[in-house]
Design a protein around this ligand. Structure first.
Ligand code: ARG
Length: 489
């Protein structure tokens, strides 16, 4: 339709190769709404006659109800819809729809309309997941488990503390996504192909109708920038990377060797040949899909890198990775919430593994420090103590005065008797009662941390619901206005 200059159609293979109509299925509705806002603006500013405007608005409204099939005969959804309007109304009327507009500002608008809903949906489900993490933490503030560094046992901890650490990471993900919204929610329409138009259009009118926060003022910027897409893809990459770490912990902790947790049967798979298997496929897929999301981010960055200014068709290729990352992130968050809600937590196993190792070593060393022994000396004493216990294959609590004699040689004040007394006074519970530092695994700290986060989550829920409703209402009100305008005639 656009080939006014040529006498031949685009080569069939070139059209198949370049058409984006398949990917555009996700933005058809936004394209129609954007066109209605544009036509309404043209009409209100006397750029096209009322009669034609109403006919176009009606035809666009009808298109909303139609199941438009992907049509490779066209370059993209913009050409497809304009052709349908012209086919229906004739070129004299339908041919006026694209006045003062280019596909370059149009696609930027469609992307922003879709993405602002996606980011809201992502935030909405994310806060639900964080809520579940905090509620689960609340139920597990006495569930003792080993904490790991280098995947080796490090300190006695609490399952609640672990869960809250991910709640906090995800809250930061939420904050980042929530803040990115303002950079998405800017209106590019009315920028023309790159340098604007001589038609007396009213950019602010469209901005207000579609509830954008502001205009993107520079028309070159508005038509060619996709930094808001890269920002979203980077943020979903960080989010998914956080989730993938939790997925990995859960996979490890579900093994027979750890057996700290078990996934509900409905979230696990089995084997075609080994009947005993219970595999964490869902979590493995989440781990795998994280790589796809990171790949999508790199893909779009690479498309944008060194792209000359103004619109280039390369930009069309960002849609697939964008849709993909949105879908993956939203699905993963949703499924993770269900996994957490049905998670089987093996508290006694966590506890028995916690008491088997030498996880109270630091607590013993710190008890020595409280007896005025230098920390480095205490470190040497307890290190020796652990080695003795390891060689005798005994827990620290079973060592005798005689066996530990050698461990105290570094310090004159520390007698084997004192050391035994300290060892016996340190238990899993005492370790966690004495852990007073801010943000630690201590029992008291857990109570505080959970309370703070439960309060915080309420305001987060309110603000994301408000934002989602604002957009929903704006689109509903706009559709109602269109219907009213149509019916008035
Ligand atoms: N299909 C294009 C895209 O998705 C729309 C813009 C096309 N503009 C152009 N001048 N060919 O990016």
């Amino acid at each position: 339709m656009y080939r006014s200059r040529f006498n031949v159609d685009l080569n069939k293979y070139s059209l198949d190769y370049t058409s984006s109509t398949t990917d555009d299925a996700a933005i058809i509705l936004y394209d129609i709404i954007g066109s209605q806002a544009h036509v309404l603006m043209l009409y209100k500013n006397n750029i096209i006659p009322k009669n034609d405007s109403i006919k176009i608005l009606i035809a666009l409204e009808e298109l909303k109800k139609l199941k438009i099939k992907n049509n490779l005969k066209y370059d993209d959804v913009h050409e497809l819809i304009e052709s349908m309007i012209i086919n229906k109304l004739g070129i004299k009327c339908g041919g006026k729809m694209h006045t003062g507009r280019s596909r370059n500002d149009q696609i930027s608008l469609d992307l922003r309309l879709k993405l602002r809903e996606d980011v809201n949906m992502l935030c909405f489900y994310l806060i639900d997941l964080i809520d579940v993490l905090i509620l689960l933490a609340n139920k597990n503030k006495r569930t003792i488990m080993p904490l790991y560094t280098h995947l080796q046992q490090a300190q006695i901890g609490l399952f609640s503390h672990y869960l809250l650490s991910y709640a906090d990471s995800l809250l930061r993900d939420f904050d980042r996504l929530y803040a990115s919204y303002d950079r998405i929610n800017e209106c590019p329409l009315g920028s023309g192909p790159i340098g604007g138009t001589s038609m007396p259009i009213d950019r602010k009118f469209i901005m207000k109708k579609l509830k954008f926060k502001k205009l993107i003022s520079n028309s070159i910027d508005a038509t060619s920038t996709r930094d808001f897409v890269v920002e979203y893809l980077s943020l979903t990459s960080i989010l998914m990377t956080n989730i993938s770490r939790m997925a990995e912990d859960f996979i490890i902790w579900s093994t027979s060797e750890f057996s700290f947790i078990e996934l509900a049967d409905e979230f696990t798979s089995t084997s075609s040949i080994m009947p005993q298997k219970k595999n964490c496929d869902v979590l493995e897929i989440a781990r795998g899909k994280t790589s796809c999301v990171i790949g999508n981010n790199i893909c779009v960055l690479t498309i944008l890198k060194s792209l000359p200014s103004g619109y280039n068709r390369d930009l069309q290729e960002i849609k697939k990775p964008l849709w993909s990352s949105s879908e993956i992130s939203i699905q993963t968050i949703f499924i993770f919430k269900m996994i957490l809600k049905s998670l089987i937590i093996k508290k006694s196993r966590m506890r028995s593994i916690s008491s088997e190792g030498y996880l109270t070593s630091l607590d013993i060393a710190e008890a020595l420090v409280k007896k005025k022994i230098a920390f480095r000396t205490a470190h040497k004493i307890v290190g020796k103590l652990v080695q003795i216990a390891y060689e005798l294959n005994k827990p620290l609590s079973k060592l005798t005065v005689n066996e530990i004699k050698n461990s105290v040689e570094h310090d004159n004040h520390c007698t084997p008797e004192l050391l035994i007394k300290i060892i016996n006074s340190v238990t899993l519970e005492s370790s966690l009662s004495n852990r007073m530092s801010y943000g630690s695994s201590g029992f008291y700290e857990q109570e505080k941390m959970i309370d703070e986060r439960l309060k915080k989550i309420k305001s987060y829920k309110l603000k994301i619901n408000k934002r989602r409703n604002e957009i929903k209402d704006a689109i509903t009100n706009f559709s109602a206005e269109i219907k009213k305008t149509i019916n008035r005639v």
